[in-house]
Design a protein around this ligand. Structure first.
Ligand code: AVJ
Length: 320
């Protein structure tokens, strides 16, 4: 059986990266979009973080997808057009493919090199699977994908694992769920991984692994900016700081300046006071009921919810 793979490049260009970095670092409280973690090195570091004992989300979600694959396939249905924003190594979707048997799988990722490598590996493993890999920043809007989708009324299902929804501010999460609803209308679905709220200590450990991989993942952002924007960040002069903000129900990640310093980025000189941070990520944690309420506000009906044995994580399915 011949392999079927298409590749479409819709990613934002270097100009957008430069503009978003300079805009974020120009704020009174400096910040950078967490999507920029995922260059080739960052994507590989994230895969390594998933294997650490402290970072439970990936293992808990994989256990759910593996142990509940038949029940999930029964609820979602077979032969759908399966769309995965932020697909990375397409590791998790492999746990669903035997059950869902999608007519087409569209992995979306901002890193084209990583995306194409993962897609090639998948079609080599599964010659019968049709894959259309789309290099795009889904944060720019899922409607960009419409032109890549097959005509006809095949059921569309968005698979959004990993609790990446937690990187969105709650208002942005609702807006994203609304975009998903428009993309999968009139009767499609959303299969989504959501990390559930838990003891702050366990969350603290998950973002401060003993091997320091999360620290390197965070610092890699500075290295990426150095390479892409002729910047002169010295990663040794920043430290990784991650903590669970109880009132806001989110883990925050920061890079904190050791001492006062100036850094050149894309020809501009930026000042950092001692202890001043770059806010690099928020990871919101929801209860199952809170997230269900958000999905219902976006127009979805709750159809299924599966948990791991320890109750650390949830995979939830919604339909219009
Ligand atoms: C891939 C965005 C779900 O938020 O837990 C892992 C990224 N950040 N360790 C998360 C991440 C620090 C991860 N997501």
């Amino acid at each position: 059986m011949t392999q079927w793979l298409r590749f479409t490049q819709k990613a934002a260009g270097a100009a957008d990266f430069r503009a978003e970095v300079l805009s974020g670092l120009g704020q009174a409280h400096k910040r950078l979009p967490s999507k920029f973690f995922y260059d080739r090195e960052g994507s590989a570091l994230f895969e390594a973080i998933c294997a650490t004992p402290e970072y439970y989300p990936a293992r808990a979600e994989a256990a759910i997808l593996r142990d509940q694959a038949a029940a999930i396939a029964e609820t979602v249905g077979r032969d759908c057009v399966l769309i995965e924003p932020g697909s990375g190594a397409s590791r998790k979707v492999r746990l669903l493919l035997d059950g869902l048997r999608p007519r087409l799988y569209l992995p979306l990722d901002i890193c084209g090199e990583y995306l194409l490598g993962a897609a090639r590996g998948l079609v080599a493993e599964r010659p019968g699977l049709r894959v259309h890999a789309v290099c795009m920043d889904y944060g720019q809007g899922l409607d960009l994908l419409e032109s890549c989708l097959p005509p006809g009324d095949h059921k569309r299902v968005v698979f959004f694992p990993g609790s990446t929804i937690g990187n969105f501010e709650p208002g942005e999460a609702l807006a994203f769920l609304g975009q998903v609803a428009r993309l999968v209308a009139p009767a499609g679905g959303l299969l989504i991984g959501v990390d559930v709220r838990k003891e702050p200590e366990q969350l603290h450990r998950a973002y401060n692994d003993a091997q320091g991989l999360t620290r390197e993942f965070n610092l890699n952002l500075l290295r990426r900016i150095n390479h892409a924007l002729q910047a002169d960040f010295d990663p040794g002069r920043f430290y990784h700081y991650a903590f669970y903000h109880t009132r806001k129900c989110r883990v925050e990640m920061h890079l904190v300046s050791r001492g006062a310093q100036r850094v050149r980025v894309a020809g501009e000189s930026l000042g950092f006071a001692d202890g001043e941070s770059i806010h690099t990520e928020n990871c919101y944690k929801y209860t199952v009921e809170e997230f269900r309420a958000l999905a219902v506000m976006a127009g979805f009906r709750a159809m299924g919810c599966w948990r791991d044995e320890a109750g650390l994580f949830s995979v939830q399915y919604f339909e219009l």
